[in-house]
Design a protein around this ligand. Structure first.
Ligand code: SAM
Ligand code: ZN
Length: 349
């Protein structure tokens, strides 16, 4: 943990400042130690250079569902499957970056110097790419994946944190942008997760909040696939992970065949990537589906004035041909969902 991470971090229980109570490593780069809440309500470990800002110490105050132990274990198993240097969700980080800038409505030049929260950063490769563009990035995840992420994606402008977005361990008004892809619908209550982060945005024009969520599915899906997923969500990781490796070639052959027959357009993946994707479908404890209008209402209530649904159509004339190609590929690998970008100068602190 770099000491200047404390500029952004706060106690997940009461929101007050944190101080470094004890540490090993040099003063600016702390490998292990303890950070304490100024108000005295908790002491949190720094493990393998990552502050662990989970509110477990106050467990009696929260229900197990809110603490999300099962979500943490299941995504920890998922990111353990990942190998650094390989694709994530069927794309390289270089392919993903232009799409992320498109989602945020920023150019490479715009993002340099901004403070960005990657909320639910997964393997950390995207957070690292954003830091490489000159942003200061705070990357938080509930899973143990953050420890591997810190090892493999180290950057002086990148701060990894283990935390639960339900109890955001951040100061108010510190981020120029919040970026969150495929995360909030895995919390016990998507809306609560969205609302919890609003005060961490800067109260200024240009601040923005992007999220990507699963969209509502057909009745057929709800009657067939959803019950199957409900069953697999109860399988322990030591059974589900091998099952996903077994299913991966079957799913890959099926999706390539459907694409070859022109019945669908599924992007091909490596078998490990396919296994991770299959795990992502079958493992999460909570999975919620929303509509754009529903989330727009939450954003309006939070005070955002400009709310846009992201256009992923590769046919938009204003886009460069490179981005159009990437959007085309992106659409072939994405599960059904939508992006929403919220802006407004009356939100945040
Ligand atoms: C599908 S992955 C997406 C990862 C990353 N955003 C990406 O696009 O590659 C969802 C991530 O959300 C994290 N997550 C789920 N619930 C969370 C919570 N309450 N707080 C923090 N992270 C959470 C999981 O651990 C997992 O890494
Ligand atoms: Zn506190």
């Amino acid at each position: 943990m770099y000491r200047n991470a404390l500029d952004f971090l706060a106690c997940p229980i009461c929101g007050h400042e944190l101080f470094l109570a004890d540490h090993v490593g040099n003063d600016e780069d702390i490998t292990s130690g303890i950070v304490g809440c100024e108000r005295g309500c908790g002491k949190y470990p720094v493990r393998d250079a990552v502050p662990v800002l989970l509110p477990e110490r106050c467990q009696q105050k929260y229900e197990a569902k809110e603490l999300q132990g099962s979500t943490r274990d299941r995504f920890s198993a998922e990111w353990h499957m990942y190998r650094y240097g390989e694709t994530t969700w069927g794309v390289t980080v270089e392919e993903r970056l232009p799409v992320v800038l498109h989602e945020l409505g920023w150019s490479k030049e715009d993002i340099a110097g901004k403070v960005v929260l990657d909320a639910g950063c997964g393997n950390g490769t995207l957070s690292h790419a954003l830091a490489e563009l000159g942003a200061t990035v705070v990357a938080i995840d509930l899973s143990e994946g953050v420890f591997r992420a810190r090892q493999h994606c180290r950057h002086e402008n990148l701060h990894f944190v283990q935390g639960n977005l339900y109890f955001p361990p951040f100061k108010r008004g510190v981020f120029d942008a919040i970026y969150s892809c495929g995360v909030f619908h895995h919390a016990p209550d998507t809306r609560k997760c969205f609302a919890a982060l609003v005060p961490t945005l800067k109260n200024r024009e240009g601040a923005r909040y992007f999220i990507w969520l699963y969209s509502k599915r057909s009745t057929l899906f709800n009657l067939t696939v959803e019950p199957l997923m409900k069953a697999t969500r109860r399988l322990p990781p030591h059974l589900l992970v091998p099952l996903c490796y077994i299913l991966a070639p079957v799913v890959e052959v099926a999706s390539r065949s459907l694409t070859a027959l022109g019945m669908h357009n599924y992007g091909s993946r490596t078998l490990r990537d396919r296994a991770i994707q299959t795990h992502d479908l079958l493992a999460p404890t909570f999975v919620w589906y929303h509509s754009f209008d529903e989330v727009k209402e939450w954003a309006c209530e939070a005070g955002f004035e400009e709310i846009h649904q992201t256009n992923y159509e590769p046919t938009q004339k204003a886009l460069s041909s490179g981005l159009r190609q990437l959007l085309d590929k992106y659409r072939s690998i994405c599960r059904p969902g939508f992006g929403i970008l919220c802006k407004g100068s009356r939100v945040g602190a």
